[in-house]
Design a binder for this molecule. Structure first.
Ligand code: SF4
Ligand code: SF4
Length: 414
């Protein structure tokens, strides 16, 4: 019964969101996935709104939607469409609601097998690949303060990037149909993930580990003593929420909250925009007594930074520029250290790096990242700074691309 009413509320919300559409097509001009998909109408913002309307009709009439699935799963959730839509429609939100509806039992056949696999593995191992211990290897030999109430939360996000790259190469070799068959099997028997090979991109792994060490170093220099959960640190559950597995997400987020309470944490210091947004804005809606102060490490930097005459550019993470445009810490820091030349598409008009599609739609992801990289290159800047491990991993097409933690450390006035 509860599931039916949940579906009903979601359908009402989706109806409200899509009902405002006047079919003008402006959103297609900014949607980053339309062109890279070969102008597949269903993989652009307007197509998603149209498909969402079809989904509403299908659920209301008790029939199966014809196509619903890839259209919603390929949405990057960047929200660029919202800022140009004259009717105030957000095709990103419509896609998110649609994914939530798809994961209900009524239309499970439209579920993406890779999404289902990531969900069941995360529910079993607190990590989408079942590798929590490996995700703590960057911190070997580092000292943390077990009595501190300031908890460093990496959410395994930096660490997972090198595995995602490695796994994508493996998937490319296996081909789509074998990948989907294996994903489907693992989603039913998540412990199989332990038997599957987990290649990683060693070069990227080195960079990601170095960025995490830099962050700890910067926070220590700012006078903050950190606790860290090491091999027991859970993934924040980003996939579960983003892919619409809300019932699983609720259970999972409560588990993460209990882990934080057990560690006696008061302040959670996040290091990436996805975990920051999720813990700060979404967890309190789903978890009772989520009474932690959630902050991003960029807000805590208290070290003198040196201004050097040079032109740099910034690729803003969508979770800051378009989903929380009031968050501008990274811009302020960079402006105090160099001449910041913003790319043509920036702020609320920014372009996603394509990262959220890397797992399910790698071809689209690669084309979006190439287009974004070209825009950043066009600024003529000597360094391209990113403030998100997913963006870094997707845009690292030359040595110019630098994680903001590396850049800050280069700018510390000793
Ligand atoms: S811009 Fe807005 S109103 Fe126009 S097609 Fe897109 S969603 Fe519909
Ligand atoms: S949220 Fe981004 S990817 Fe999704 S429809 Fe809107 S512009 Fe396109």
């Amino acid at each position: 019964m509860e599931e039916r009413s949940l579906t009903f509320d979601l359908v009402e919300l989706l109806k409200e969101e899509t009902g405002k559409c006047i079919n003008c097509g402006f959103c297609e001009t900014v949607c980053p996935t339309l062109e890279p998909s070969g102008y597949d109408l269903w993989k652009g913002a307007r197509g998603r709104v149209m498909e969402a309307k079809e989904l509403v009709k299908a659920v209301e009439s008790g029939s199966e939607p014809l196509r619903a699935g890839d259209s919603f799963y390929s949405c990057l959730d960047c929200h660029a469409c919202f800022y140009i839509c004259p009717a105030g429609v957000n095709a990103g939100i419509a896609s998110h609601l649609s994914r939530e509806i798809i994961t209900t039992q009524h239309i499970k056949k439209n579920e993406n097998p890779t999404a289902a696999m990531m969900t069941s593995v995360t529910m079993k191992y607190n990590n989408p690949l079942g590798i929590m211990k490996k995700c703590a290897s960057w911190s070997e030999g580092m000292e943390f303060d077990r009595d501190s109430t300031d908890l460093l939360f990496t959410g395994n996000m930096y660490q997972l990037m090198s595995y995602e790259k490695g796994m994508n190469s493996l998937r490319g070799m296996m081909g789509k149909s074998l990948t989907l068959r294996i994903s489907s099997m693992v989603s039913k028997h998540p412990s199989l993930i332990k038997l599957s090979p987990k290649p990683k991109d060693k070069e990227l792994d080195k960079k990601m580990s170095s960025s995490l060490k830099n962050i700890v170093h910067i926070l220590n220099m700012s006078g903050i003593r950190l606790n860290y959960l090491g091999g027991n640190e859970p993934y924040p559950g980003t996939f579960l929420y983003d892919l619409g597995y809300i019932e699983e997400f609720k259970e999972y987020a409560k588990r993460v909250s209990d882990i934080f309470h057990k560690a006696n944490a008061k302040r959670i210091i996040t290091v990436d925009p996805h975990s920051y947004d999720l813990l700060k804005n979404v967890y309190p809606l789903y978890v009772e007594n989520f009474d932690f102060s959630v902050t991003h490490y960029l807000d805590l930097i208290d070290v003198p930074l040196l201004f050097k005459e040079r032109n740099i550019t910034l690729h803003e993470p969508c979770h800051f520029s378009m989903r929380s445009p009031e968050y501008t810490a990274e811009i302020k820091i960079l402006r105090s250290t160099a001449n910041l030349v913003m790319p043509e598409r920036s702020g609320k008009k920014s372009r996603c790096c394509g990262g959220p599609d890397e797992l399910l739609f790698p071809e689209i992801s690669e084309k979006v990242s190439q287009e974004r990289y070209a825009e950043l290159e066009k600024t003529g800047a000597s360094q391209i700074v990113t403030a998100c491990p997913i963006c870094f991993s997707n845009l690292a097409k030359s040595e110019k691309v630098t994680d903001i933690s590396d850049f800050i450390l280069q700018s510390v006035l000793l």
